[in-house]
Design a protein around this ligand. Structure first.
Ligand SMILES: Nc1nc(=O)c2c([nH]1)NC[C@@H]1CN(c3ccc(C(=O)N[C@@H](CCC(=O)O)C(=O)O)cc3)C=[N+]21
Length: 285
């Protein structure tokens, strides 16, 4: 293997250790950071993610409370719960696990969360702050990607960055963060005509599509950095990313594995955001 393996497990552990110190410092001031996790329905993948988030809170010393609602929950009932959590001074972060069942409008849910408690950074006020480079939360997966690149020893400044995917949770915000790090950013998507050619010009590729083999070896420049946000199952049912890892790792300069790359970073950054939320709500930031 030619490429450096970017170890998301190790780097996320580093960040969680920093978050644990921060949480301890807050507790010394009489503030216990607390995350409320809301899960609607009994999707098994969502249950696993929510459990992982609770475990991370425990390890870091952040309190967590969970609300598990039936899949038949009405939008009104969910909005009511969010209003209650917004008003609760002991709760600093609110995370409603996505996706929500179809009778509930995801956008209304996001708008209902107090921006000061929006640790996902999904609320338009926080998205706006992200775009204007202001203070506040950074979205967990995109911020985790920037940390992965920097903490594995690479700089973004002046680099050609290609983001594949334009979702609100990954593609668009990670493009913005890469630009703020002084990268030159191209965003590609399903209607992009010459994806392979654009990728071949990239120093950094971030793939967030959700499709196996979106990035193959012929699309990668020698020495490029590959960040794989994909979470797919292959024919064998094995978890794999968007990048053809086995072949790309012989060409790339650095590459993230799936699992063990971007996924753990998302949760580590969530822990940081919970501390930030507690600080904001106590006038410390
Ligand atoms: N409001 C909201 N906020 C989210 O942040 C959010 C969400 N909804 N809905 C679902 C997605 C997905 N997500 C992941 C987090 C960690 C891993 C993770 O740690 N993955 C590990 C292991 C995965 C496994 O083994 O199944 C890895 O990649 O190594 C994956 C996925 C957060 N999400």
């Amino acid at each position: 293997m030619k490429a450096q393996l970017i170890d998301g497990k190790r780097i996320s552990a580093e960040i969680k250790a920093e978050a644990a110190e921060e949480a301890a410092a807050l507790k010394a001031k009489g503030i216990t950071p607390c995350l409320a996790v809301v899960l609607v329905g009994d999707d098994s993948a969502s249950q696993v993610y929510v459990n992982n988030k609770k475990k991370a809170c425990e390890a870091v010393g952040i309190r967590s409370v969970s609300h598990v609602l039936s899949g038949e929950t009405t939008e009104e009932a969910l909005l009511e719960l969010i209003a209650k959590l917004n008003a609760d001074k002991d709760i600093h972060g609110i995370l409603v696990q996505m996706p929500v069942p179809k009778q509930i409008d995801e956008r209304k849910v996001i708008l209902a969360i107090d921006p000061k408690k929006d640790v996902d950074c999904f609320h338009p006020v926080n998205v706006g702050n992200l775009h204007t480079g202001g203070e506040g939360f950074l979205p967990c997966t995109p911020a985790g990607i920037i940390e992965l690149i920097k903490r594995s020893g690479h700089s973004i400044e002046g680099k050609q960055c290609v983001v594949i995917g334009r979702s609100n949770i990954v593609g668009k915000p990670v493009a913005m963060l890469l630009m703020q790090e002084n990268g030159t950013v191209t965003i590609c998507h399903s209607k992009t005509r010459n994806l392979a050619e654009i990728c071949r010009g990239a120093d950094i590729i971030v793939s967030a599509v959700g499709k196996v083999n979106t990035v193959t070896a012929d699309m990668v420049k020698e020495g490029a950095i590959l960040i794989d946000v994909g979470m797919n199952r292959n024919e064998a049912g094995k978890l794999c990313g968007d990048v053809d890892f086995e072949n790309v790792k012989e060409i790339a300069g650095a590459i993230t594995p799936v699992p063990g790359g971007v996924g753990p970073m998302t949760i580590a950054m969530l822990m940081k955001n919970c501390n930030t939320a507690a600080k904001i709500q106590n006038g410390l930031e």
